[in-house]
Design a protein around this ligand. Structure first.
Ligand SMILES: [Zn+2]
Length: 725
């Protein structure tokens, strides 16, 4: 009987997830009402902005063309716009690298109003390796379609002015956003910020980051969109990650801010495959509906009233957005814990202390076993495949294997489990999270809020139905998290997924106590192993989910080299095309690569003259190309830098300074050094792409490997001895 209930819970849980888990709006066509956001119209805008699908990094001629097309679109909408250009450096408190470059932002005044402005942002540049249809030309197109609909809804605007900012140089480390904030008047005028981004080219559009004090902002989001994808956990995670977007420098303003990104098909992110035809129209639609809905409400809202305490929240299947003020997390968690404990005490079931201890140990044992299974199964697949991420291209087999792998210890441990102790763990962890990581608290608290009253109400009656409902709540929340999490990092992050799978199954344990558990456990384990073996025999990479493998041509010390990224196995075709080293080797302080000789150097080396005045070392750099990186040796402690006319002071001693735009071909760079600082500086002048003699090598790169990020580059390396005082 219990076994039937448990299997029903699993079945219903998974049915809910598959039917509603990815609940997203349908993409609207060209005939959608004018006041609504239409993915088809946004896709048409995208087609006009990016007709030739060329990479357009900051400073490139292609970036200039994209800007001209955006300005044309704005003019067609009757929106006044201007550009601002200049050298920008972004000083980040966490980085010891100072990125700089000359950027050109587009600022569009969409509607007038009084008080501070609602600022809508997307970045117009792409990485050098790909056309960036998703990241972030989709964001540009979404903003343009949003502006059109906003004007349609309220031709004379709302209370607040609306400004659209199309930043440049986001991929070169947030240079455009930092440049915009340099103008004190522009800073002062910002009342709220919405940033639109992409990590991949499919998947739900997540509200993955907000300003702090977000309670009312989350309410506003809930009222503005029909399909939710958000969680206070993302906020908690993103706070701890070194990833930045254009919103990062804006968060310092302390105004309400929201960051949207669709996340999915990460394999094509920042690669040549980030093309228009690979974009999911539903992702466009959901992101557009969110941007339009939120912008429309913000332009009419009292922005000062939006400050509040933090909320804890998570979306359930994209349909509901239960949320609570974060300050309620602790008292409610304690209340749940007490209620569940009372339900245990009053039930009159008495087990010996030995059984009690065992039951209390079951939850941590289950989590440990799940994580261990993850390592075992992923390790097995990796061993067979010979690749570190064996399921990158074909994740389905390993995903199933991990699911059975988590189920096996759950069945095994279920015999020792007790409903009260399982739920005490949930409520106890809710207390711990409320204290130290409130964003994670709802994953324990919300199911506990379902379980506690049900357990209390069923002290003397059959508890099975109560446990079924409570387990369903936990399964939905945790397995849903699993689904979203895989989109971000792939199955390589299995230790994380196995923890969330473990928590989902934990609530099911009290329902899984069956007489024939040993048999089911063995069958699950066997299925997990067989599926892991099958996963291991799948090719790790495919044309659609290729390996990231940049090639570089480098000249240093009068010699030329081919460099290939230090992937686990360099494809044989590349080895046949050039005599690459057996293993990756460190190259001139900037990383490890497979190295092959490429004859004699024949490009003119970058020319740098250095002179010193007291603590200031000034470098006059003459390095034709698309940009440079200057590496400082470890014993040099420089924090103050001047590049052309722009001075910057870094938060930490710098390990490097970069200029990511071609105007830096001729630059003057001054470093303020300590009295004892000396050593040799390394200058890498780079140019996107490879010289013509690379044709054979480029042809040898298999279709299952692609350039990514900055892509293939030509590097000219020069050493600069620092002049003595
Ligand atoms: Zn981006």
């Amino acid at each position: 009987m219990v076994r039937t209930w448990s299997l029903a819970a699993l079945a219903v849980g998974f049915w809910l997830l598959s039917a509603f888990g990815q609940s997203r709006p349908d993409a609207l066509g060209l005939d959608a009402p004018a006041g609504q956001f239409s993915a088809a119209r946004a896709a048409a805008v995208l087609g006009r902005i990016l007709p030739d699908q060329k990479p357009h990094p900051a400073g490139s001629a292609e970036a200039e063309q994209v800007r001209a097309r955006i300005l044309k679109e704005l003019a067609a909408l009757g929106v006044g716009a201007h550009t601002q250009s200049g050298m920008s450096c972004y000083v980040s408190p966490r980085n010891n690298f100072l990125p700089c470059g000359t950027v050109t932002n587009i600022i569009a005044e969409v509607s007038r109003g009084s008080g501070k402005a609602v600022l809508l942002m997307a970045h117009s540049d792409s990485v050098a390796a790909g056309p960036g249809a998703g990241d972030d030309s989709s964001g540009v197109a979404i903003l343009l379609e949003t502006l059109r609909a906003l004007k349609e809804r309220a031709p004379s605007g709302g209370n607040h002015p609306v400004v659209a900012l199309f930043t440049d140089g986001e991929e070169a480390d947030l240079l455009g956003a930092a440049f915009y904030l340099r103008d004190p008047k522009a800073r002062e005028a910002i009342g709220a910020v919405i940033n639109v981004e992409a990590r991949g080219n499919q998947g739900p559009s997540y509200l993955f980051q907000t300003s702090s004090g977000n309670g009312r902002l989350i309410d506003l989001y809930a009222q503005s969109v029909s399909h939710y994808a958000t969680s206070s956990l993302y906020q908690e995670i993103y706070r701890r990650l070194p990833n930045d977007t254009d919103l990062t420098p804006m968060l310092g303003l302390g105004v309400p801010a929201m960051n949207f990104a669709f996340i999915g098909n990460f394999a094509q992110y920042h690669t040549p495959l980030d093309r228009r035809e690979n974009l999911d129209p539903q992702s466009l639609q959901q992101q557009g509906e969110a941007a339009l809905g939120v912008a429309d409400r913000l332009q009419h809202a009292d922005l000062a009233q939006l400050k509040s305490g933090d909320a804890i929240y998570l979306d359930v299947l994209g349909r509901w957005l239960p949320r609570l003020a974060a300050r309620w997390a602790l008292p409610l968690s304690i209340a749940c814990f007490v209620l569940i404990a009372l339900a245990g005490l009053w039930s009159g079931e008495r087990a010996g202390w030995r059984r009690g201890v065992l039951a209390a140990a079951v939850p941590p044992l289950l989590l440990a076993a799940c994580v261990g299974m993850g390592f075992l199964l992923h390790g097995l697949a990796a061993w067979i495949s010979g690749q570190a991420d064996p399921s990158f291209a074909h994740p389905v087999w390993l995903r199933l294997s991990l699911a059975f792998g988590a189920f096996a210890p759950a069945i095994f441990l279920a015999r020792k489990a007790c409903a009260i102790t399982c739920w005490l763990w949930f409520a106890g962890l809710a207390i711990v999270c409320a204290l130290w990581a409130p964003g994670l608290a709802p994953y324990f608290l919300f199911p506990s809020l379902v379980a506690a009253p049900l357990l209390l109400a069923t002290i003397h009656k059959g508890r099975t139905a109560a446990l079924f409902v409570a387990a369903l709540a936990a399964l939905t929340v945790w397995i849903g998290l699993n689904q979203g999490g895989e989109a971000i990092g792939g199955l390589r992050m299995h230790p994380l997924f196995m923890v969330s799978a473990g928590f989902g199954l934990l609530a099911l344990l009290p329902l899984l106590q069956t007489a024939r558990s040993k048999y089911s456990c063995l069958v699950s384990l066997l299925a997990a192993l067989v599926l892991a073996v099958v996963a291991g025999f799948q090719p790790a990479y495919s044309d659609k989910a290729p390996e990231r493998l940049n090639l570089r041509y480098a000249e240093m010390d009068g010699k030329a080299f081919w460099l290939a990224d230090p992937v686990l196995h360099l494809p044989a075709s590349l080895r046949a095309a050039a005599d690459f080293s057996h293993l990756p080797q460190p190259v001139a302080d900037f990383g490890s690569f497979y190295v092959a000789p490429a004859g004699r150097a024949h490009f003119p080396a970058p020319h740098v003259t250095a002179h010193r005045e007291g603590g200031d070392v000034t470098l006059d750099i003459d390095a034709p190309g698309d940009g440079f990186i200057l590496l400082l040796p470890k014993n040099v402690q420089s924090q103050a830098v001047r590049l052309n006319d722009l001075g910057s002071r870094a938060a930490k001693p710098l390990a490097g300074i970069g200029c990511a735009t071609p105007d830096c071909s001729h630059a003057r760079l001054t470093l303020q050094l300590g009295a004892k600082d000396k050593g040799v500086l390394t200058l890498l002048a780079y140019r996107y792409g490879l010289p013509p003699e690379s044709a054979r090598l480029l042809q040898a790169r298999p279709p299952q490997a692609v350039p990514s990020q900055s892509g293939d580059r030509t590097l000219l390396v020069t050493k600069i001895a620092m002049p003595a005082r």
